[in-house]
Design a protein around this ligand. Structure first.
Ligand code: NAD
Ligand code: UDP
Length: 319
């Protein structure tokens, strides 16, 4: 297939490029570098199966030649208010990437009779009242809260994707991605894994927002990419959760990272840094992924963190 990936210079987009090229596909990457980096794609320079278009997906998308699949991953993704890369600080760009970017990406798929895959998120469940979260849960989102620019844009993107599927017959898929980590996350991204690893490597206390009792379930990037690739090849049109169901409190997670890195500095609580409507609990129910994709994660948290640590050590060395 010849596959367009928007957000290709980001953390997940760049790993997807590698996987798809490895499977023998041709990849057209697209990005405007608002939160991603050319360095994430530098190793693909000169690869005859890879090409790149610098473009903001909020504007009409033109790709010369036939496209067989479109994977829409372009969007800021970190909620952190202290980071310049956080979507709270890029509110209009985030809504435009989710709304106009999804519309333009769907337009490419429709014009090419191509399949389409939307990168949605566990955030569409908001601060969930159902636990763990199944795809049938409709969510609990504050439509005017600070997180809403991301959550509502992704909810709109899902609705638009289903509209193109039902009305235009586009062959669509929706993946609801739960917290994923690994090499190539931007060091200044502000999400909890880059923050904690950076702090641990520097021997600083880990900044736990709130009291650390909130939970997340962390998936290693290779597992996620495997699930997404299976979804792309499947005929599943309904949303599918992809994530690792092993749930941990943020405080336990901080302690695990300190133990792994031998960081003696402990943790520091920063209640004021916790963003409003920060989900208290998050854990994917992956029954549907198991059933329709035969997928489940394989990489443990300890193993995934061991793969990720050298990347951040190298990045910090460079900085
Ligand atoms: P990232 O910030 O590393 O990557 C996003 C990429 O999209 C960046 O390269 C950025 O420059 C690009 N981009 C943003 N707006 C754009 C625009 N208007 N035009 C062109 N390019 C644009 O983040 P990520 O973690 O790789 O996230 C990728 C996708 O996966 C996002 O859609 C995000 O919502 C979704 N997602 C990620 C996670 C996760 O845990 N990593 C969880 C849920 C959903
Ligand atoms: N968090 C934290 N310290 C940090 C960054 C984040 O305690 O330095 C918390 C944050 O409040 C949230 C959880 O870690 O409860 C996960 O945050 P992240 O930004 O990774 O993404 P989210 O899952 O909220 O989208």
């Amino acid at each position: 297939m010849r596959i367009l990936i928007t957000g290709a210079a980001g953390f997940l987009g760049s790993h997807l490029c590698d996987r798809l090229l490895g499977e023998g596909h041709q990849v057209v990457g697209m990005d405007n570098f608002i939160t991603g980096r050319p360095a994430n794609l530098a190793h693909l320079a000169g690869n005859p199966n890879f090409s790149f278009i610098r473009h903001d997906v909020s504007n009409f998308i033109f790709v010369a030649g036939k496209v067989d699949a479109v994977m829409h991953f372009a969007s800021p993704a970190s909620p952190n208010e202290q980071s310049p890369l956080g979507y709270v600080n890029l509110p209009i760009q985030t809504m435009k990437a989710g709304a106009l970017g999804t519309h333009n990406s769907l337009g490419v798929a429709y014009a090419n009779q191509a399949r389409f895959l939307l990168a949605s998120t566990s955030e569409i469940y908001g601060d969930p009242l159902e636990h763990p979260q199944k795809e049938t849960y409709w969510g609990h989102v504050n439509p005017i809260g600070k997180r809403s620019v991301y959550d509502e844009a992704k909810r709109f993107a899902e609705a638009l994707t289903m509209a193109y599927h039902r009305f235009h017959g586009v062959d669509t898929r929706i993946v609801r991605i739960f917290n994923t980590y690994g090499p190539r996350m931007s060091i200044d991204d502000g999400r909890v894994v880059p923050n904690f690893l950076k702090q641990a490597i520097c021997g600083e206390p880990l900044t736990v927002y709130g009291d650390g009792s909130q939970t997340r379930s962390f998936c290693y990037v290779d597992d996620l990419v495997e699930g997404i690739y299976r979804l792309l090849l499947s005929g599943e049109h309904d949303p599918v959760n992809i994530g690792n169901p092993v749930e941990t409190t943020i405080l336990e997670f901080a302690q695990a990272i300190n133990a792994l890195t031998g960081n003696p500095a402990g943790v520091i609580f920063k209640p004021e840094a916790r963003l409003e409507s920060d989900p208290q609990r998050r854990q994917p129910d992956i029954s549907r992924a198991r059933q329709v994709l035969g997928w489940e994660p394989r990489v443990s948290l300890a193993e995934g963190l061991r793969h990720t640590l050298p990347y951040f050590e190298k990045e910090l060395g460079r900085a």
